[in-house]
Design a protein around this ligand. Structure first.
Ligand code: CA2
Length: 143
C-alpha cells in the first residue's frame, strides 16, 4: 500500500505531557489519529519519532523505497542539521516541513531552517492541525 511517512524529531515524544502552553495538549498518538483521518483510502500513515539524528536519517533513507511523501517535524534539528537536509535531498518525493509552534514568533535561532531548503512546503504555528494539513496536501499530490 502507498505510504506517507510522518517523521518526528527530538523531544516530540513529550507532546501533550510538558509545555502545553507552547505545544498544546495533544499527544503523538493524537497526531497519528489526526493524520489517519486526514488521509485517504489506499494510502497509509507511518508515524515515527526519534531523539536521535542518525535514526531520523536512516528513516529518510528508508522512505526512498517505501514512502510516496514525507511529513517531517525535525524538532530542534531543523535549525542545526545539514545531515538531515542531505538525506532529504536524496529523497525524490514531496516533503512538507511542519512545526507545531510559530517558530518565527520565537527566538531568532528558530528562524533558520536547513530543512526548508528542501521542503516543498512549510507549515508553522497551526498546532498539531499542521500535520493534518500536510497530509491532505500530500494526498492530493500523490493521487
Ligand atoms: O514547533 C515545533 O514543532 C518545533 O519543531 C518543536 C521543537 C523546537 O525545537 C522547534 O524549534 C520547533 C521542540 C520539540 C519539543 O517538543 C516538546 C513537546 C512537549 C514538551 C516538551 C517538548
Amino acid at each position: 500500500m502507498t505510504q506517507i511517512h510522518v517523521l518526528n524529531g527530538p523531544n516530540l515524544n513529550l507532546l501533550g505531557k510538558r509545555e502545553p502552553e507552547i505545544y498544546g495538549a495533544a499527544t503523538l498518538e493524537d497526531v497519528e489519529a489526526l493524520c489517519r483521518s486526514a488521509c485517504a483510502e489506499g494510502i497509509d500513515i507511518r508515524l515515527r519519532q526519534s531523539n536521535h539524528e542518525g535514526q531520523l536519517i536512516d528513516w529518510i533513507h528508508d522512505a526512498r523505497e517505501t514512502a510516496a511523501g514525507i511529513v517531517i517535524n525535525p524538532g530542534a534539528y531543523t535549525h542545526t542539521s545539514i545531515a538531515i537536509l542531505d538525506a532529504l535531498n536524496a529523497y525524490a518525493g514531496p516533503v512538507v516541513e511542519v512545526h507545531i509552534s510559530n517558530v518565527h514568533k520565537r527566538e531568532s535561532f528558530r528562524h533558520v531552517s536547513y530543512v526548508s531548503l528542501r521542503a516543498d512546503g512549510v507549515i508553522a504555528g497551526l498546532g498539531v492541525e499542521g500535520y493534518a494539513a500536510a497530509v491532505r496536501y500530500l494526498v492530493q499530490r500523490i493521487r
